[in-house]
Design a protein around this ligand. Structure first.
Ligand SMILES: C[S@@+](CC[C@H](N)C(=O)[O-])C[C@H]1O[C@@H](n2cnc3c(N)ncnc32)[C@H](O)[C@@H]1O
Length: 214
């Protein structure tokens, strides 16, 4: 399969300051490590998709889960639960819309099956924002290819790390995983270019990373 380039629209000098801002951003006083362009893309995605389940892998401090819960509420998805998974559950966040679960992207079955995975209402919006390692991304892609339904959206986040010169540290990270997975299983997901390219080709931290289940 011939995949288009994973290069983002960002230049190195621009990324330098942008990345510092992303890493120090807070939402409602809680760290939230999302790029502002991707917050805008998510806002649009949630409005258009109207997910009935939102799964985030990589809670960190809980700020992104709070933001996603608020974006759901703003879009009329008040009953959509946010399930947020991390090796460590963030402390100090009590929100009835969010269920924080302890677990690893490398073994999602034991984390999600007790939550009634088969009965979680579709459409799903899943955002994989945890280890960013090649193996972690491949694990998420494989798991959700099995459990998602056509039309559900999976975001494999932070392929921008290649443009930041960090790909080797993550064994190629999200970009290599997306390329390998889509080449091996082209019937599983398609790249949602309407999301990836909303502000210019791959003007996102998730180049070719917004995937729609086929
Ligand atoms: C980039 S941060 C998540 C940022 C968060 N989504 C946000 O936007 O604020 C990555 C998180 O992934 C978690 N993590 C690392 N390896 C993991 C794994 N194997 N499974 C699940 N979470 C993992 C880390 O503990 C860390 O909190």
């Amino acid at each position: 399969m011939n995949l288009r380039s994973f290069q983002t629209a960002f230049t190195a000098p621009m990324l330098d300051g942008y990345q510092k801002g992303v890493m120090s951003y807070t939402y409602k006083g809680v760290r939230c490590l999302k790029s502002p362009i991707d917050i805008a893309i998510c806002m649009r995605l949630i409005w258009d998709l109207k997910p009935r389940t939102l799964i985030e892998i990589g809670s960190h401090s809980g700020g992104s889960a709070l933001l996603l819960a608020d974006l759901l509420a703003m879009s009329g998805c008040d009953d959509t639960p946010v399930i947020s998974i991390d090796l460590n559950i963030p402390e100090g966040i009590e929100d009835s819309r969010i269920c924080f679960l302890q677990g690893s992207v490398l073994d999602l079955g034991p984390v999600l099956e007790p939550e009634g995975l088969a009965n979680l209402a579709h459409p799903w919006f899943v955002t994989e924002d945890s280890a960013h390692s090649y193996d972690g991304c491949m694990s998420a892609l494989g798991f959700f290819a099995e459990h998602m339904q056509a039309g559900d959206i999976l975001a494999i986040e932070d392929g921008v790390l290649e443009d930041l010169g960090l790909a080797r540290k993550y064994q190629g990270g999200p970009n290599r995983a997306i390329a390998d997975f889509l080449t091996a299983r082209p019937e599983s997901f398609e790249i949602e270019t309407g999301l990836c390219d909303m502000f210019g080709q791959n003007a996102t931290y998730n180049p070719n990373g917004y995937l729609r289940k086929i």
